[in-house]
Design a protein around this ligand. Structure first.
Ligand code: CUA
Length: 331
């Protein structure tokens, strides 16, 4: 489909898969559209009422005919279902080795931060041939991160995290749009995705003002906001120890379990009493309004960076104060 004027360039691993499906749907629709319109016109003329018409003979149903026009469309739509489900899951299942990038939508700009700390606005630099995972959220209203050349589009929603990934297949500059009407300057909420050769990307990362990584900024916030006074490893702590909690299943006070993904971690900061960890009291204040979306992402990035604390070996000689002195693990 490369040469089609109304199809954007294919620049990601999923682009041709989306296009193949789209082309198939289009061919099927045109084929049946023409077939039905043609038959309607033909029957219209062939069976028109003539002046000497008498009542026509009764036509009885044909089982074979009815089965044919039921089974053929059934096979086609079920086939389309499985085909598109496969493409859908591929677009939504983020590979484990993907490079993380944080994106915050805000009227009317895209704020991007890389794991190394590099920040950019309305631009996103990525290397070619490497899966990139975007964690999206919004500071105000719903926006939608849309890169036509990659065939990806994902809403950035206030109050939660959404993720999308892509792997760019050729270097170049590709349009980035906001695809959800978000106010007066919605049409100006556009930018570029710059796909670079890996070495050029490394140079780009190394250059420019180097800022703190999101996890390091999160660690600083964690101390400044005094989170560390309650979230400790010792038994007297008022809040659960957060080391290694990210991605694990956590038992809650109401007997249920929750996977500590980025959305749960975020909720626990802005609405701490929503889902209390088993064994703890709902004493944590909300940090809604205290930290902005970017800082929330930094806190979440910090918590996700904490390694699992090695369990003290019960058979070992107690050395005293192993837990108390450790404090919060470093990323
Ligand atoms: Cu942001 Cu439209």
């Amino acid at each position: 489909m490369k040469g089609w004027p109304f199809v954007p360039e294919q620049a990601s691993t999923v682009a041709s898969k989306v296009d193949d499906l789209y082309l198939f749907l289009m061919i099927i629709s045109i084929f049946f559209g023409v077939l039905i319109a043609g038959l309607v016109t033909y029957f219209f003329i062939r069976y028109r009422r003539r002046p000497d018409d008498k009542a026509p003979p009764h036509i009885h149903g044909s089982l074979l005919l009815e089965l044919t026009w039921s089974v053929i469309p059934l096979v086609i739509v079920v086939g389309v279902f499985f085909w598109s489900a496969k493409v859908f899951f591929e677009i939504h299942h983020v590979p484990d080795d993907a490079m993380q990038v944080y994106v915050v939508g805000k009227r009317w700009m895209w704020k991007v931060q890389h794991v190394s700390g590099q920040r950019e606005i309305n631009e996103l630099h990525v290397p070619v041939g490497l899966p990139v995972k975007l964690t999206l959220t919004s500071e105000d209203v719903i926006h939608s991160f849309y890169v036509p050349a990659f065939r990806i589009k994902r809403d950035a929603i206030p109050g939660r995290y959404t993720t999308i990934w892509f792997e760019a297949t050729k270097p170049g500059r590709y349009h980035l749009f906001c695809a959800e009407y978000c106010g007066t300057k919605h049409s100006g909420m556009i930018g570029w995705v710059e796909v670079m050769e890996p070495h050029a990307f490394q140079n780009w990362l190394a250059g420019g003002a180097s800022t703190q990584s999101p996890a390091a900024a999160g660690e600083k916030l964690f101390r400044e906001l005094a989170c560390v006074t309650c979230h400790r490893a010792d038994t007297g702590a008022r809040g659960p120890d957060l080391a290694g909690v990210a991605g694990r299943d956590v038992a809650l006070a109401d007997g249920t379990q929750v996977r500590a993904d980025e959305n749960y971690l975020r909720e626990s900061i802005v609405n701490p009493t929503a889902r209390i960890v088993a064994g703890y009291q709902p004493v944590m204040p909300t940090f809604q309004g205290v930290v902005n979306e970017e800082q929330l992402m930094q806190l979440v990035a910090y918590i996700q960076s904490l390694p699992i604390r090695p369990r003290p070996d019960p058979s070992a000689e107690p050395l005293g104060g192993t837990q108390e002195t450790k404090g919060v693990a470093q990323p």
